[in-house]
Design a protein around this ligand. Structure first.
Ligand SMILES: [Zn+2]
Length: 361
């Protein structure tokens, strides 16, 4: 080990997803549909992701270096990284417009994360197999008129401390659907569903004080579901309330929101996508004991807050949203517990290293 590295750095590192483990490419070239859907997605394998994987495998054949992922999952390392860096930078430069660049950036991120997590992370909970929390999770059906969309930044895909994934773990992938930012297949799938639902059935939860927003009460208190409940033939996507949750770091969320706004405008000609803010945001975050590594936009907390505030409205009171919020809250606790156990386990190894070093000096 590098003894020149201060312990504070090592200690700081263990709260991130850094682990002293290397994942080598196992030679299985493509990402199958089964593998792709196993990670929580509902689309076909994105064609650009497939292309990136093919390019990586081709490069591995052409250069004398094995594809190795180390440190943060999805980050290439060693000689292969040097070669691939040159190649992907050249490719990025060659792309004509910012849209193509974004799509390539997203596809490369996703491809590397999937390849680097293969055989290491549990596909369902995105924790390493030894930390898997799946057996402790309790699922709960979401009220069938509601649908969440997890609009996720590629850098948050397969992150162990991501809380957006908890939504589909608890409610299922049809009630809480992953939409990866910059992945055409995902974005088209989401916007097709939103188009079917209609522009008055789409809201974005965006905690930006500068964007024009309404409270849950202002946006939702006037809605009536009696008509829908009495006409089962009207069930289906067309009458769902769609809530888009931006699942990315604070610094990425601005670009993600702009992209949503642009697409909304393109589809419906409106300048502003309807946004709602939560009253309980701050106190709920406090209640959930946010970790130092957590961004201020905790996605599951936003969903819990929304469900709780909706439940307080007379027109929503009979759909069990309070229980659904509780189920998600329990899942967040399970994730915290799993992350804490993991940190303690990694903390122990640091203590051993410290003791070892003290012996040397
Ligand atoms: Zn698991």
């Amino acid at each position: 080990m590098d003894s020149s590295k201060p312990f504070s750095t090592i200690a700081a590192d263990h709260s991130s997803s850094r682990e002293p483990l290397k994942v080598e490419s196992n030679g299985e070239a493509a990402i199958s549909l089964q593998e792709w859907r196993g990670w929580g997605t509902t689309s076909t394998v994105p064609s650009m992701v497939t292309q990136v994987v093919e390019d990586l495998n081709m490069l591995e054949k052409n250069v004398d270096a094995q594809m190795v992922f180390g440190g943060n999952h999805g980050k290439l390392s060693g000689d292969f990284k040097v070669q691939e860096d040159k190649k992907h930078r050249a490719k990025y430069q060659s792309l004509g417009d910012s849209e193509q660049k974004l799509q390539f950036f997203s596809a490369r991120q996703i491809a590397c994360r999937v390849l680097g997590s293969r055989g290491y992370l549990c596909q369902k909970c995105w924790l390493s197999s030894g930390d898997c929390m799946c057996s402790k999770l309790i699922t709960c059906p979401l009220w069938n008129r509601m649908r969440f969309w997890l609009y996720m930044h590629p850098k948050d895909f397969l992150r162990q401390n991501n809380t957006g994934k908890l939504l589909w773990q608890v409610f299922g992938v049809q009630a809480a659907t992953l939409c990866l930012y910059g992945i055409t297949e995902h974005e088209d799938m989401m916007w097709d569903a939103l188009k079917l639902a209609g522009k008055d059935k789409v809201w974005c939860l965006y905690p930006n004080k500068n964007a024009p927003t309404n409270s849950v009460k202002d946006s939702m208190a006037g809605l009536s579901f009696a008509n829908v409940e009495n006409h089962p033939e009207m069930a289906g996507g067309a009458h769902s309330l769609n809530f888009i949750l931006i699942d990315g770091t604070w610094s990425n969320s601005g670009a993600m929101f702009s992209r949503l706004k642009d697409r909304y405008k393109l589809m419906w000609g409106e300048e502003e996508i309807p946004c709602i803010t939560l009253n309980t945001g701050a106190s709920l975050m406090h209640k959930l004991r946010p970790q130092p590594s957590w961004d201020r936009t905790c996605t599951a907390a936003a969903a819990i807050g929304l469900l709780d505030e909706l439940h307080d409205l007379p027109n929503f009171v009979s759909y069990g949203l309070d229980k659904q919020a509780k189920a998600l809250e329990d899942a967040v606790e399970v994730l915290f517990e799993a992350l804490t156990i993991r940190r303690l386990r990694m903390g122990k190894s640091i203590t051993r290293k410290q003791r070892h070093n003290r012996d040397i000096f």
